[in-house]
Design a protein around this ligand. Sequence first.
Ligand SMILES: *Cc1c(COP(=O)(O)O)cnc(C)c1O
Length: 497
Amino acid sequence: MVYHSTRNSALCVSSAEAIAQGIAADGGLFVPASIPELSPADFDSLKGLSYAERAARLFKLYLTDFSDEELRECTKNAYESGNFETPNVQEIAKLADGSMLLELWHGPTCAFKDMALQILPHFLTRSVRKAGIDREVVILTATSGDTGKAALAGFRDVPGTRIMVFYPEDGVSSMQKRQMQTQEGKNVRVCAVKGNFDDCQNGVKAIFTDPEMQKALAQNGMQFSSANSINWGRLVPQIVYYVSAYVTMMEQGILENGQRFSLTVPTGNFGNILAAWYAKQMGVPIGHLVCASNINKVLSDFIATGVYDRNRDFHATVSPSMDILISSNLERLLYHMTHGDDAQIREWFGALKTEGRYEIPTELLHRIQAEFSGAFYDDAATKAMIGKVFAENGYLSDTHTAVGICAARAYQETASEKNPMLIASTANPYKFGAAVLEAIGGSVSDADEYTVLDRLQEKSGMQIPKALAELKTKTVRFTDSVAQDEMPAYVKQQLGI
Ligand SMILES: *Cc1c(COP(=O)(O)O)cnc(C)c1O
């Protein structure tokens, strides 16, 4: 399998090179030249296997320059060494209304990002060797809260790597901030940015593609890579969990082989839902994809109108990991859906950069609408849904997942088909404890983030995750804060170059 850049179809790199580089030098994203397809018998053959075994088989389809043994070693390290609190790695919970939640947050940092970031360091260190790169890899990451911590946990003290994370100073939950500021490890750095997630992401992208910066790194035996979902190595593990969820639903007798189901994904950077779209192209019988947003609804507007317009106010919400106005991975979808029209992609994403806006033709919009619908919900609706789901099921959902549940229920009320609905559940509710506690009728007054955990446990009966409870005794190590235009200098200073 070779990979092209979304901005240059003539560029061909191996999977190892795509992962090692993270983003193409022209600013495009790496995409597979074709999408492998699985037959009903192939899906049957994945039954009875552990998550790690399934993952190794599926990785083989995309990461063709890795051997079976290497991939098995990677999945063993990531998914079978006790880093996930459930042996199944992911779990499916059923709600009284018949819908199902795909819980992807049983990893060490309590959000779905662990599913990919527990394995990415293993891919990356092997990719670097395969690509013949004899340099230290500097992982530069912009985070809306969850990627940062998951990447820090994954790359902590991994030989040959350093990691630097930038997060929006006032744009993450207090628990997310704690998780990052207390990160241990010799090769980690964390810094706040005076701005929002888009400022962090733009700052990081600019550093990546700055030839001056690349030269300075090369002279010091270093090179950049990315742990954001712009890195193909992040997306493949996410494709895997949708395939695996389908197989599990068959094993549990919820679905027949080939039976369609709908899927709702709470979305920010469009990575998680794009992974679901790839799984669908591979043959997972996903009927309709519902893209759920908070009031930063640039995606649901795009799906409704074909106009992507980031020129709008940015809102801080109770689902901060979706407070994003530039959804990077949409570029990959548009590349595939225009059959690899790289000139068109350059034009649209050039316009996004200079004017903050682009518009796709009606014909393409209709094809997108045939597969996706969008919906958005504000904080009040999100909290009301957390309260409702708790009252109906005794089940505690996080804020992002609740946005998804809102969108899933609205879709099912109007849909002509009655396919079973699976909703991606993206974080442990304790990560966004204050909003969740209020949503189920608790009080957050006079409560620091740890008191909130205790109150939530008392009220809900759900166990506080150990990874969050133990933060209380950890030292805060990182309190630096910079403006977006100070990021390049900060990176240089921290790297000592
Ligand atoms: C990252 C994140 C999202 C959004 O996922 P994308 O891949 O950026 O669309 C949703 N919920 C949570 C909890 C997240 O951490």
